[in-house]
Design a protein around this ligand. Structure first.
Ligand code: MN3
Length: 274
């Protein structure tokens, strides 16, 4: 199959129209808007991994929300070793080429001939009811979104060691200080029993940032999620995300995560989410 057909090749005017439609039709327009707008700065500041430019990797990571079924692995915009020593190259390679790829392949199989067959990833997530019959779609759609989001929020060349601007203001307002926020976020990441994710999310209904964690590949965009919100940053705390380098020391991996966050993208996510 030719995945080129799945990419929205519209010009900038159509892009703007599409964004307006997304804005009208989806509570989660902000996330896509932020991710799409952040592409330029991201791509300019890092090494493109040309080895990953095969036919399945033609969608830039920053545009993964534009991808439509059949889903494909978005192009990682840095080398596997680019996040060393905080995240090691072998973990990155296996995590991206094996784990993330498997979620995508299994998602494509799970949605065949179902109500989800022609939906983009955000619509799939929002339509999940929690019914057990949807478990394959739930696990693999979550896996695809979460990993795409995670790769995109990481940077090999961190320009800001902590949030600034509007995001910092809101963090100060909702958590008291940046330091108190990091303690709360790390608490979510450390206390997630077994496999899952920890998140900083924006709850639009309460106009508030929150930290939370989700089991397995669940996230706060899923229709049935008790805690709902638009992800601003998130960390994968499955053992496959850190075990080769950190073994049982999840806390050390979480500490290292702060050194590879792209806070400009996080702020873009926040501004768009509002
Ligand atoms: Mn993972």
């Amino acid at each position: 199959m030719n995945n080129v057909n799945n990419i929205d090749k519209s010009n900038s005017l159509n892009d703007n129209l599409n964004r307006r439609n997304i804005l009208k039709n989806s509570l989660f327009f902000g996330l896509g808007f932020g991710l799409l707008n952040s592409k330029g700065a991201f791509a300019n500041s890092i090494n493109i991994n040309t080895e990953s430019l095969n036919s399945e990797n033609i969608i830039p990571l920053s545009e993964f929300l534009k991808n439509k079924p059949p889903f494909s692995l978005p192009k990682l915009e840095y080398n596997y070793n680019a996040l060393e020593p905080n995240i090691d190259a072998l973990t990155m390679e296996i995590h991206y080429t094996k784990h993330h790829k498997a979620y995508i392949d299994n998602l494509n199989k799970a949605i065949e001939n179902t109500e989800f067959a022609n939906l983009n990833i955000l619509d799939i997530l929002s339509k999940l009811s929690g019914d057990k019959k949807q478990n394959a779609t739930r696990n693999n759609a979550g896996g695809h979104f979460n990993h795409s989001f995670f790769w995109n929020i990481l940077t090999p060349k961190q320009e800001l060691s902590k949030p600034t601007g509007e995001l910092l203001n809101q963090i100060n307002q909702d958590f008291g200080s940046y330091e108190k926020f990091t303690v709360a976020f790390e608490g979510e990441a450390k206390s997630r029993f077994g496999s899952g994710w920890a998140w900083l999310i924006f709850d639009k209904s309460e106009n508030k940032l929150k930290v939370t964690n989700t089991p397995n590949q669940d996230n706060t965009l899923m229709g049935f999620s008790e805690v709902k919100g638009i992800p601003i940053i998130g960390i994968d705390v499955w053992e496959h995300a850190y075990y080769l380098k950190y073994q049982n020391k999840r806390a050390d991996y979480i500490s290292a995560f702060w050194k590879v966050i792209d806070w400009k993208k996080a702020e873009n996510n926040f501004i768009s989410a509002k």
